[in-house]
Design a protein around this ligand. Sequence first.
Ligand code: ADP
Ligand code: MG
Length: 372
Amino acid sequence: MADQAGGKPFLQFSNVKKTYDHKTLVVKDFNLEVAQGEFITLLGPSGSGKTTCLMMLAGFEDVTSGEILINGRSVTSIAPYQRNIGMVFQQYALFPHMTLRENLAYPLKIRKQPKEQIRAKVEEYLALVELQDFGGRYPGQLSGGQRQRVALARALIFAPDIVLMDEPLGALDKKLREQMQFEIKRLHEQLGFTVIYVTHDQTEALTMSDRIAVFENGIVQQCAPPDVLYERPANLFVADFIGESNKLKGVIETVGSDTVGVRLEDGSKVDTLKANCTEVGLPTMVSVRPEKLTFTDRLGSAGNQVKARFITRHYVGEYIRYHFETADGTELVVKNLNDSSAPQLSAKDEVALAWLPQDSQALDRPAVSAAP
Ligand code: ADP
Ligand code: MG
């Protein structure tokens, strides 16, 4: 996927490590190949090393070891301004004493483009972010969303090959953030630049990205397209970080080619997809998404079942969240569409919660040391 015509990836992080204090590695061994035009998101908790990776790519931080290559060429000796990279941050960093036109002209001026060309480009990019009537205003006279659109236009106006965006929508409210996500995707599709996007918001990552690299503590836990991350998380960290997961403790009892049989703590046996826990006798966690579990009879007798008691329900509008508890105290969340034909439940009602083997995975669970 990341291969270009010449066989070399467009952008490559190769065994990249970073320490600020010569003791702790904040980026442990980062490997990533990016195709031209791809939209890649680095997703992870605060402090997991995402911004550091962007800073190394932009040239504002040194790489401690390893290499970053653009078109197969190491960027180590290339100055930041020569890397042809555009950047958008959460703090807009527009020049407050310059009008929007002057702000947009700035990156072209320092690149010594001819005046006429700059004038035309500025109008083109003002229109591109739908601010054609605001060119004479100062940043202080704009709303947060408008300022961020100017920042976006300023990052794109010199036609960079790569655009880095570090939590660019973090300061905006939910509605505006969703509009801007759409706006960024539209510009990405229209102009075809490559994006490395940083966020800690998983919904944002899932809706915008071609691929997502999930960071934890300086390590990429999984790098995959959104649907693969969600449907086939590689481990418990990813299963918990992306979306919501129900987890049932058990032990692997049988191992097939694609599936494993698991004996759960309440004694029931279920079948599930094989993931990173594949040997008979190993402790495992069966992970199932809330929308894959049902207490209606829509699966008939197919699939897995566990018994659970109804605790409570929360009305969310388009769907309803139900809370259940198994005999061994495991809490299970079920999200079902708001469907008036679903059975009515009263507190403590016992139901069978069902799901299909292909909608769950057996993930590695560290064994708890035996009680003394
Ligand atoms: P993220 O963007 O995922 O929140 P960062 O890359 O900013 O993570 O930070 C990763 C780790 O590196 C954190 O522990 C942070 O405190 C540390 N760090 C980041 N920048 C610096 C710096 N300039 N000097 C020293 N430590 C830093
Ligand atoms: Mg950061």
